[in-house]
Design a protein. Structure first.
Ligand SMILES: Cc1cc2nc3c(=O)[nH]c(=O)nc-3n(C[C@H](O)[C@H](O)[C@H](O)COP(=O)(O)OP(=O)(O)OC[C@H]3O[C@@H](n4cnc5c(N)ncnc54)[C@H](O)[C@@H]3O)c2cc1C
Length: 469
């Protein structure tokens, strides 16, 4: 495949004048005026420092500002002092230098891509939908999630599970090399030969902690001629039978099949993908289908059509994904073999049923897969011996506070009583107690040491970033 230059247009940087956010809280007018003048000077300094940047700079007074800060999750809003739409790597370096000189915060958002040979270089700002589209046209894929608007960088730096992960692993397991601008504004490479400690850290703990990633090189896997999408509708009253079958047969399933079980207040479904034709898919799923007395649907289709199907949208929306912002909060858990106990299943089912906000529990099957073949100390992604990962996601509405509080207590109880003590760092949760261990387990201390080496002044930080000590 021909190489085309990586596109960086969609990599976005947010710069924050955190140090002045208390201005509106002070009642001392002289102090307020001094702070105000200092803040104005700081803003002017920032503008002049960013002068050489060729990408677009969007300030709070600009008309695009409000649309640029929209996040998929509308519960979370950021008000940066300036948003930079990066044009090239030098823009990242300049932004970092300005952030460092002016002692202000900096964080990245994603966009842009290109590919060559049997690996592909993807610009840090690209989203999953266009990546699936471009690669599948050439007969390739990388394993990654089902939502087309998710950014490849945040996704793969924290893991990245999708419907080809039992065969090919997580997105992070398929990274061959990473280009990153460090705290000194220098572009460095992290791979098995150069900065290998950083390469370890970025694959699982890379989101926002070590530097700004500008591009990632991924190993490509071949797209089969046909894949088969699998759908089984269940009645929630059969929940124990279905879980018994998944516990019994899930681990032994061929790696070509990956599926999730999801139940909400109104539905209970198994959805997944088999990397092969329908006849083979039926054979592979036979034990689970028989044990649950199910009526499965097997849709043989192209890989791209399956991407569209599981994005619950149309091809255009996959190729040009738009955010569909809504307010949500999630908790995540990992469960090892032999799976949740009957009590545990009842506990989570009762919680989902009774919460007064639309809620679902999604179980992603990990066991018997390429994910679990990787050693838990080989990359920063430590969760390598789970039967499944669980996400409990609630959409917030009028009763937000009630739901948030109940979800929080549920998360603590459920994790204490029924699951392993780990959570998925890509479903980041600011309320999670002991997140250092739950996200990174035995890798945490090593990650702190690597942080001290590459970002000793903690330029890249947020409440759950890897600390320097
Ligand atoms: C609707 C939806 C569907 C999802 N589906 C899946 C799924 O199927 N499978 C799965 O595993 N996960 C899934 N996720 C979780 C998703 O993988 C994480 O939320 C991921 O962190 C999103 O990355 P992003 O780049 O889109 O987000 P961002 O908010 O842009 O970034 C997330 C984090 O990564 C950091 N980051 C972003 N860009 C860079 C960069 N260039 N350099 C360094 N750090 C950077 C940010 O600072 C931030 O800390 C889903 C999330 C949503 C909202």
């Amino acid at each position: 495949m021909m190489a085309s230059p990586p596109l960086y247009k969609k990599l976005i940087l947010f710069l924050f004048l955190w140090s002045f956010c208390y201005l509106t809280l002070t009642t001392n007018l002289t102090l307020a005026s001094k702070i105000y003048n200092k803040r104005m000077k700081h803003k002017r300094d920032l503008r002049s420092c960013l002068n050489s940047i060729s990408g677009k700079k969007v300030f709070p007074t600009d008309s695009e500002y409000n649309s640029d800060i929209i996040n998929e999750n509308t519960r979370v809003t950021y008000k940066p002092t300036v948003i930079i739409h990066v044009d090239k790597e030098e823009d990242v370096a300049t932004s970092i230098k300005c952030a460092k000189t002016l002692r202000i915060g900096i964080t990245a958002r994603s966009g842009g891509h290109s590919y060559e040979d049997y690996c592909t270089v993807i610009g840090a700002g690209q989203r999953l939908g266009p990546i699936y589209s471009a690669l599948s046209e050439k007969g390739f894929l990388i394993p990654a999630g089902t939502c087309p608007s998710v950014g490849i960088t945040g996704h793969s730096l924290g893991g990245g599970f999708g419907f080809s992960s039992r065969k090919f692993g997580l997105a992070s397991d398929n990274i061959i090399s990473i280009q990153m601008v460090n705290a000194d504004g220098q572009l460095i490479t992290a791979d098995n030969n150069q900065n290998s400690d950083l390469f370890f850290a970025l694959r699982g703990a890379g989101s926002g902690s070590y530097g700004i990633v500008t591009s990632l090189t991924f190993k490509l896997s071949p797209v089969p001629d046909k894949v088969t999408s699998i759908t089984i509708d269940y009645d929630i009253s059969n929940i124990q039978t279905v879980f018994n079958a998944v516990h019994k047969y899930g681990t032994k399933l061929q790696k070509e099949v990956t599926f999730s079980l999801e139940f909400s207040q109104s539905a209970f479904q198994l959805t997944g993908l088999y990397l092969g034709n329908s006849q083979q898919a039926q054979k592979v799923m036979q034990d689970i289908v028989s044990a649950t007395n199910a009526n499965p649907r097997f849709n043989e289709e192209t890989f791209f059509d399956s991407v569209v199907r599981w994005a619950y949208t149309n091809p255009d929306q996959v190729r040009n994904p738009q955010l569909q912002p809504y307010k949500f909060k999630a908790k995540s858990f990992y469960v090892n073999s032999p799976g949740l106990s009957q009590d545990g299943i009842q506990y989570i089912a009762d919680f989902v049923k009774t919460l007064p906000c639309s809620t679902s529990a999604i179980f992603d099957l990990y066991d018997g897969s390429a994910i679990n073949l990787v050693d838990s100390g080989a990359t920063a992604f430590v969760h390598r011996n789970s039967l499944y990962a669980i996400q409990v996601l609630t959409t917030l509405s009028d009763q937000s506070d009630v739901c948030l509080n109940k979800l929080k207590s549920f998360g603590i109880e459920f994790q204490k009583k029924y699951t392993s003590q780990f959570s998925y760092q890509n479903y980041i949760d600011r309320d999670l107690v002991d997140w250092q261990h739950k996200y990174y387990g035995s890798n945490f201390e090593k990650l702190v040491k690597i942080k001290r080496k590459y970002d000793p002044n903690n330029l890249f930080s947020f409440p759950q970033s890897i600390p320097v000590n």
